[in-house]
Ligand binder design. Sequence first.
Ligand SMILES: Nc1ncnc2c1ncn2[C@@H]1O[C@H](COP(=O)(O)OP(=O)(O)OP(=O)(O)O)[C@@H](O)[C@H]1O
Ligand SMILES: [Mg+2]
Length: 466
Amino acid sequence: MNKLRIAVVADNEPLIKRIAYHLNLNADWEAISVSGVEDFLVKPRDEWHAIILCYDFKFLDSEDCLELLRENYQGIKTVHVVSQDNEADYRDYLSDEQILDVVKNDDVLLDTLWNHAGVIHRGQSYSNQISHLKKTSTEVQILEDFVCTSPEMILVRNLMNKASNSDINVTIFGDTGTGKEVVAKYIHHESRRWNNKMVAVNVSAIPTELIESAFFGHEKGSFTGAISRKIGYFEEASSGTLFLDEIGDMDIRMQAKLLRVLQEGEITRVGGLGSIKVDVRVISATHKDLKKEVEQGNFREDLYYRLLGLSIKLPPLKDRGEDIILMSERFIHDFCKKNKKPLKYLSDCAKVALMSYTFAGNVRELKAVIELAIVMTDTQTIYAENLNIKSDFQREDFFAIERTLEDYELIIIEHFLKKYDYKVRFVAKKLGIGKTKIYDLLQRGLLEMPKPKTEPEDELPDQNNF
Ligand SMILES: Nc1ncnc2c1ncn2[C@@H]1O[C@H](COP(=O)(O)OP(=O)(O)OP(=O)(O)O)[C@@H](O)[C@H]1O
Ligand SMILES: [Mg+2]
């Protein structure tokens, strides 16, 4: 993107010059000091991507300032610098979507503003990418909240758009917490069915004896306890979408019934006489390898092909590169705002720690780690040690023993090999080194591969496998 243009506005000229000078040390943004609100208001609005407003105006009080911003600068992020003593009075303003933070004019003011400019800058490049990818029609919040700028996730986004533009069944694969439900919601909201319901059903949570009535409904008196007529998920989702979560856990007898409904497009309520036409699009999700389930006889092959349609595989969070930082900043922003806390930011070391952690619980775990860190951290900066994760690269541990550069290199390569399942070519690309370097370390016995079960002990795996 172009340079981030930041207006630094106040009556106090030395202060704004000091802020602008400091921010301009970063070549990615351009801070311009504007002396007085009156001067600021005559400049064209679209000159700015962000505004830093220092509240010391001689002729304007805070309420009027806010009013002006709301009226004239909608959508432009602002940071408000207030005096040390009255900071708490301004906290309520944080509920205003436009206000990124209210900060004290204290010793760390320049660092704080530097970090905020970074957050706005990254957010800005993100929204540029999003608006580039976005369909011209409806804008939905789900899309705004869905972070997907890594190459792996751009591919996913393209598939999501293909799915939204058609009525084909969709199957979403991914480990726990990778965002399967968010993806399903997105596809539904962007599809032609958006103004009808999406009914989400966790298949594994329905007791076997109730499953048929849950899906197809029942007539009054059809079994003990059926005290009135009840419609099932298929009818409820009529003209909309049925989201079948954990489809890999569906009872095998129910699979046969589901297949029939999908083939015939009609259901019969339990105890009912006639069949009822249903127009439902099915999106399924599972953390299991469904193909393997078919091979093992746990999942019907015919149903597998009926449901599969367009399949979307969500990568684990550890493979999403910078998305991890973008998501973290988004979660920090949302959580601080919701809890009316001053905006916090991640230290460089914390970012490295997050990027090198394996996140078994994926995005859900990241969210929990960030929220806990916000609660537990008293400073405005979240340091690596505030994160409840055990990363190889937490600075204290990593640098506690002084090593040679070559040893550090070995530790880093080994860490990434483990993280990316020993895919040499992939790791070499990630680290920006030649793959021969890794093979050389393997040959010299400085790095070890896990021993493949079928191969002799002392043989290296075939290099073409990577
Ligand atoms: N790309 C993303 N950007 C921002 N937030 C995300 C993203 N993906 C997932 N989330 C958030 O992560 C959390 C988990 O997502 P979701 O429930 O969709 O995962 P899931 O794959 O369905 O998990 P499970 O397998 O446990 O059911 C939610 O709070 C969701 O909003
Ligand atoms: Mg889910």
